[in-house]
Design a protein around this ligand. Sequence first.
Ligand code: AMP
Length: 380
Amino acid sequence: MSQERQSSGVRRSVRVGVIGGGQLGRMMALAGIPLGLSFRFLEPKEDPPCASVGEVVRGAYDDPDALDRFSDGVDVITYEFENVPVDSAKRLSERVPVYPPPMALEVAQDRLVEKETFRELGIGTAPYRRVDTREELDRALVELGMPAVLKTRRLGYDGKGQAVIEDPDSAAAAWDRLGGRPLILESFVDFERELSCLAVRSRSGELRVYPLVENAHTDGILRESRAPAPGITAERAREAAELVERLLDHLDYVGVLAVEFFDTEEGLLANEMAPRVHNSGHWSQDGGGVSQFENHIRAILGLPLGDPRPIGWAGMVNLIGGIPPRGESLGAGGARLHLYGKEPRPGRKLGHLNTRAETLEGLERRLAELGEIAARYGEG
Ligand code: AMP
């Protein structure tokens, strides 16, 4: 289905509409263009990362006129961030198939609904409480104990909109900063490491699961990923895949779904899900199998999915706040460079470096070299 006949009889390429014009949409297009597809993005900001890989309809995500212009003549619609207005996704789905289904957005946009969904499906989470008032915060702190993490239910990402509470003083400070919005308090999880599981399901029901990924964060921002997660047992890998499959079934899901887990002595605890391609799957672009971006596009078009497994070991280092000179990045550790076309700003994800190796030791050596370069030029 790489071409469709128009009413004029002229063939045109299949056009994918993407809500959002950031780096994830850009990388989807970079994966889909070789398949003969073309891309259109809906994005309010000027000069987004997607501008160089497709047509951009400039408009707000909830502007009916922009939604009409965006959807006119596209064959399928997807999105590259999870805060797409649900009403817009539903409106678009009346005209064009929208994948992943809008219900996945509803679950992922609210940390409370998300955790309740996990629990309903028998997926473990940290103990949590809904918090709307200062009294509810005090009660929840007594029930869950400290340390705990207070988070906004909506619009938090990369550690934004959250505060760790360790004592009564930090509880007051957290409330001053976050109070007045719907919140959730979670027990602080003393995890061994953070893992993520990405899976992809196509319109035809075909399912593939990427190997579990180990992710290192600082200040709530992903810095490095390793795939497969070193030292993972077959049992834990199966457990993660099984939990994600339950979510895919429940949501009648199509596309790539990412679930972030805390790996603890007692087992896996789900932290959050992202109904989209995910930073912790970027290694797959150069890991030797079919990337998350290409598999997402294949899935939403009902095309056969590709093997997600890396050959050997794969890793990724984010470039945050600053960009090393190209020559320096490319001269190091078998690096593949992916830049997003964004202006440097502290704490901003500007690109990433992928690498792979035959052995875990080899991967560690390469990641150390890449991490050092990223840190030298990065900020935040
Ligand atoms: P989130 O925005 O929920 O993905 O949180 C960002 C990061 O904060 C996570 O990747 C963890 O490193 C940390 N974090 C979030 N929730 C908790 C928790 N309940 N216990 C310990 N660390 C957490």
